[in-house]
Write a protein of this length. Structure first.
Length: 400
């Protein structure tokens, strides 16, 4: 039985349980950046190897997100979330207890299966548990799961690394996922929900095909790809940059990185406000591209003092945060007949950027730490973002 509100009341307990699952998933992403220096020393990993380790969670989402969404529709979002949490627990335990890099990467792949299953199932569960008047608010709360969970783990990881090492950090996260899975299983037991709960209708393949023919979702998805390519590359390697180039302690670097991640929420909210005020999405995407170019040049190539570069990184994260709002809202606006399929395209595109961002930046910088070479990524991606914005301008639908 799938949880759903019996009548007009929204089941906020279910909403918060789903968001809690999202935080657990984001923990698995946030634990890697602070641990990368230790992991590279332990296993002799190159920067490129470390970049792939940081982005493996995005691999499954980038390739099988829609497939996992269809599966969640079939077996139900509640069961999917439980299985996802248990998968993340198993993957974390395998990586933490394994003795070599092969176990670490294998465990990370299992974690990625749980990660993508949860992030596609949780919004479906939230939609079933809310009445229409509360749905946008509840989904809005859900949208903050990644920066919130990511930044919490960035803060928690350094003291855990100091106390129990990276093995302990992995095992702590595995226990959290297992424990939360058991709590979620108990708290959402079918006996706590009324009979005849409404089940969301499965996505139809014909509807997906119709959306696949529309150019706008793909262009919006590419815009999201370019945004996440740059943003996640910075977030994944920021602790390493602060430690190696600026000589910061790992705890200080983690706090600053957590701050940079958290303020991205301000950009999301600003983008939503601008769209409600009538600013077209393509302008927000163009603005984000210009801000990203300026930020990349200041952070990696300018002779500015370290404190100025830190401030620029914080400002960068705020300003470019308008892109997710523009892309996700645009998907709804351009494909009103099948929002799920259009949003699926945008989600998979975003995960592609997150997947390739850290290793691409690592490839440009190299093991020698030539951070100024990272600006190539921002110049190319920002130029492409401006081109996409101008194309989207021609496709912008007339507002009612």
């Amino acid at each position: 039985m799938t949880p759903a509100p019996a009548g007009p009341a929204t089941r906020w307990d279910v909403v918060w349980l789903a968001i809690g699952g999202g935080l657990i998933a984001a923990f698995q992403m946030g634990k890697v950046p602070p641990a990368l220096p230790v992991l590279r020393d332990s296993f002799g990993l190159s920067m490129v190897d470390g970049g792939w380790l940081a982005s493996l969670l995005n691999l499954t989402a980038a390739s099988l997100g829609i497939v996992f969404g269809l599966a969640a529709d079939r077996i139900g979002p509640r069961r999917t979330i439980v299985l996802a949490l248990f998968a993340m627990a198993a993957g974390g335990a395998a990586g933490g207890l394994g003795g070599d890099a092969a176990w670490l990467f294998a465990g990370r792949m299992v974690e990625s299966l749980g990660f993508v299953a949860l992030i596609v199932a949780a919004p479906a569960l939230i939609a079933q548990a809310t009445r229409p008047a509360d749905r946008n608010l509840a989904v809005g709360f859900w949208s903050s799961y990644l920066p919130a969970g990511f930044s919490i783990m960035l803060l928690a990881a350094p003291p855990l690394l100091g106390a129990v090492g990276w093995h302990g950090l992995w095992l702590v996260n595995a226990v959290l996922a297992l424990g939360y899975g058991l709590v979620f299983l108990w708290a959402t037991a079918p006996r706590r929900y009324p009979a005849g709960a409404v089940r969301a209708a499965p996505r139809e393949f014909a509807a997906v095909l119709r959306v696949l023919r529309l150019p706008a979702p793909w262009l919006l998805g590419l815009s999201f790809t370019l945004y996440s390519l740059q943003w996640f590359a910075i977030m994944a390697w920021l602790p390493t940059l602060l430690i190696e180039r600026q000589g910061m302690a790992s705890e200080t670097a983690a706090v600053l990185t957590a701050l940079v991640v958290m303020v991205n929420i301000l950009g999301n909210l600003a983008g939503t406000w601008a769209l409600r005020r009538g600013v077209p999405g393509w302008k927000l995407i163009a603005f984000s591209a210009v801000a990203s170019l300026a930020g990349g040049l200041v952070i990696y190539a300018s002779p500015a003092p370290d404190m100025v570069k830190i401030a620029a990184t914080i400002l960068y994260s705020i300003l470019v945060g308008v892109t997710p709002a523009a892309a996700l809202t645009g998907a709804v606006r351009h494909a009103p007949g099948d929002v799920a399929a259009a949003s699926g395209i945008v989600m998979q595109a975003a995960q592609c950027g997150s997947l390739f961002g850290p290793p691409v930046l690592a490839l440009l910088v190299g093991d020698g730490g030539a951070w100024a070479d990272a600006t190539i990524l921002f110049v190319v991606a920002s130029a492409l973002g401006l081109v996409l914005a101008l194309v989207l301008r021609r496709l912008e639908p007339v507002r009612a």
